[in-house]
Design a protein around this ligand. Structure first.
Ligand SMILES: Nc1ncnc2c1ncn2[C@@H]1O[C@H](COP(=O)(O)OP(=O)(O)O)[C@@H](O)[C@H]1O
Ligand SMILES: [Mg+2]
Length: 301
C-alpha cells in the first residue's frame, strides 16, 4: 500500500529552507569583546536562545548588554584572539573568530534591531520609516527612489495596525512620542520579516504607560508570529512580567540564566548593588504574574 504524504513544503515559502531542522534562533559561543586595554566588556559568553523565546537581558549599566546585542547583530566584531567565538542566527553564521561572515548582510535581514532611541528618521513619515524595513525585499532602485509598491504599503499599514499606530502613518516621525516611535520600529521589523528582534533598552526613556505598550507589542508579535525576542531591560520588573527567561550579565559574564520569576531581591542587590533601588521597583511597576512563584511583589516586599 502506498500512502500519500502531503508535501508541506510545496508552498512558495523560501523561508522554510533555513528553519526546518534547527530550532535554535541565536547560538553564541565563546564570545569575548575588549575595548582597548581594559577588562573585556564581554567575557567568554556562550548561550542558546530557541526560536520563539522571549528573553530578557538584565544587568547593571556597563555589564555588557549593548555589546552583546551589537555582537549578535553583527554591528560589532568579537575579539580575534578568541578563536572559537561564533554567533549564528537560525543556523547561519553572523561572525566567526572575530570576522563577519561573508553573507552577514543577508543574515542581518532576519534580525530586527531596536535601540533605546533614534530608531526612526525624524523628517520622514512613520509610513516611510516602516517601509524602509522592506528595503531588503524591494529592488534597490525602487527603494532609493521611495517608490514603494502598493503591496508593500498595504503590508506596512498592516504592520502599523498590529502595533496600534496605523492612524499615525502620515505623521512625521519626529512629532511622535518616544513610545510611538518604538512601536513604529517594531512595525518596521515586522515588515522586514525579521525572525529575531534584538531590542536594546527599548523602554528605558519611556513613561510606564508607554513602556507597557511597547512591551505588549513585543510580547504580541513574539506570541502570534513566533518571532524570537531578546530585550535588554534596565527595569527588572518588566523582565519578570514579560519574559519567561532572563539572562543576567555582570562585568561581561553571564551570572544567571533561568526563569525570570526565580529572581529575588537578594540576587538583584548582588547584581545591581544594594543602593540601586530604582532599578528594582517603582511605584508604577506592573504586577508580575502570580501563581505561587516568586514575583516582584515578593521581591520588593
Ligand atoms: N565603543 C566602546 N569603546 C570603549 N568602551 C566601550 C565601548 N562600548 C562599550 N564599552 C565598555 O564596555 C562595557 C560594557 O558596555 P555596554 O555593553 O554598553 O554595557 P550596558 O549596555 O550593559 O550598559 C562598559 O565598560 C563600557 O564602558
Ligand atoms: Mg547598554
Amino acid at each position: 500500500m502506498v500512502m500519500t504524504i502531503p508535501d508541506c513544503r510545496a508552498g512558495p515559502t523560501r523561508e522554510t529552507e533555513v528553519s526546518l531542522p534547527n530550532t535554535t534562533a541565536i547560538a553564541i559561543r565563546g564570545l569575548t569583546k575588549s575595548f582597548g586595554r581594559e577588562r573585556a566588556a564581554l567575557d567568554d559568553v556562550s548561550l542558546d536562545i530557541e526560536q520563539g523565546e522571549m528573553v530578557a537581558l538584565i544587568g547593571a549599566s556597563g555589564s555588557g548588554k549593548s555589546t552583546l546585542i551589537r555582537l549578535i547583530s553583527g554591528l560589532l566584531r568579537a575579539d580575534r584572539r578568541a578563536g572559537a567565538a561564533a554567533v549564528t542566527v537560525h543556523g547561519r553564521p553572523v561572525q566567526t573568530g572575530g570576522r563577519l561572515a561573508s553573507n552577514a548582510q543577508a543574515v542581518r535581514g532576519d534580525i530586527g534591531v531596536i535601540f533605546q532611541q533614534f530608531n526612526l528618521v525624524g523628517r520622514l513619515s512613520l509610513l516611510t520609516n516602516v517601509l524602509i524595513g522592506a528595503l531588503g525585499h524591494v529592488p534597490t532602485w525602487r527603494g532609493t527612489l521611495g517608490l514603494f509598491g502598493r503591496e508593500e504599503k498595504r503590508r506596512a499599514m498592516e504592520a502599523l495596525a498590529r502595533v496600534g499606530m496605523h492612524e499615525r502613518a502620515a505623521q512625521r516621525a519626529s512629532t511622535l512620542s518616544g513610545g510611538q516611535q518604538q512601536r513604529g520600529a517594531i512595525a518596521r521589523a515586522l515588515l522586514q520579516r525579521a525572525k529575531v528582534i534584538l531590542a536594546d533598552e527599548p523602554i528605558a526613556s519611556l513613561d510606564p504607560a508607554s513602556a507597557t505598550r511597547v512591551m505588549e507589542a513585543l510580547s504580541e508579535i513574539n506570541r502570534d508570529d513566533g518571532i524570537t525576542v531578546l530585550v535588554s531591560l534596565h527595569q527588572v520588573d518588566y523582565a519578570i512580567r514579560y519574559c519567561p527567561r532572563a539572562i543576567a550579565l555582570r562585568d561581561g559574564r553571564v551570572v544567571y540564566d533561568g526563569p525570570s520569576t526565580a529572581i529575588d531581591r537578594a540576587f538583584l542587590e548582588e547584581l545591581y548593588g544594594a543602593d540601586n533601588e530604582e532599578l528594582i521597583v517603582g511605584e508604577d511597576r506592573p504586577t508580575a504574574a502570580t501563581g505561587g512563584e516568586r514575583t516582584l511583589a515578593a521581591v520588593g516586599g
